[in-house]
Design a binder for this molecule. Structure first.
Ligand SMILES: [Zn+2]
Length: 152
């Protein structure tokens, strides 16, 4: 087999469109073809790795967005539960279902308002203003305009 330098020189002598079946050049042509195939394979592998990396980055972004959404929902749920606890206490209702669940282990669906003693502070805060408004709205001489003024 010819040395690398000799093969390169033979290739130079062939020039563009030269005869690559020349027995002196064939080993180099085979080597170049194999190297090209290896490089194409390597390029395809790197493209797959890049695509996988990009997919992982997109999945990570979606996971972070979902985690943020879950955190917000968890905070909102805790806040809603705290408010519901305050309201059911103010009404003296079952804290688990407010009397809406016949299968409730605390009240068996009988825990609506007045089921237990209302919390006095909560009653003053939530119920009394509602009762005042209800009475005002039901008073026969209370005109629409007076009602609007009383709300403002
Ligand atoms: Zn209940």
């Amino acid at each position: 087999m010819a040395s690398t330098e000799q093969l390169i020189e033979l290739l130079r002598q062939q020039g563009p469109g030269g005869d690559l079946t020349d027995p002196r050049i064939a080993p180099v042509a085979d080597l170049l073809a194999r190297r090209e195939a290896e490089l194409n394979e390597e390029l395809a592998r790197q493209e797959r790795e890049l695509e996988e990396t990009q997919q992982q980055a997109r999945r990570r972004e979606r996971a972070e967005a979902l985690r943020g959404h879950l955190d917000a929902l968890t905070t909102e749920l805790a806040s809603a539960r705290a408010l519901l606890d305050d309201l059911t206490a103010a009404l003296g209702a079952c804290p688990a279902c407010c009397g809406e669940d016949a299968a409730c282990r605390w009240c068996r669906g009988r825990g609506g308002g007045g089921f237990t003693t209302p919390d006095p502070d909560g009653f003053e805060r939530f119920v009394v203003p509602a009762v005042r408004m209800y009475v005002r709205m039901r008073t026969p001489n209370n005109t629409e305009e007076e009602h609007r003024k009383s709300v403002e």
